[in-house]
Design a protein. Structure first.
Length: 69
């Protein structure tokens, strides 16, 4: 499992193996809840590209789901 976790209550997760999906999760009531998935049409060839895909997915999801008050 690889994660990009820019805040304490939000993260992007890739579960590894043959998975081609990124998962956006928020910590709600002390449990990680899946709120959105994205299928990678072309799997990144390197770590830099993979990290960029995770950051872009986070930047898309974060304003929609985990609005800070």
């Amino acid at each position: 499992m690889l994660m990009h976790q820019p805040t304490d209550d939000e993260r992007i997760v890739w579960h590894g193996g043959n998975s081609t999906q990124l998962h956006y999760e928020c910590l709600i009531n002390n449990e990680w809840k899946l709120l959105e998935t994205q299928t990678l049409m072309e799997f990144p060839h390197g770590v830099k590209e993979f990290k960029q895909a995770m950051v872009e997915f986070y930047n898309y999801c974060s304003p929609i789901y985990c609005k800070k008050s």
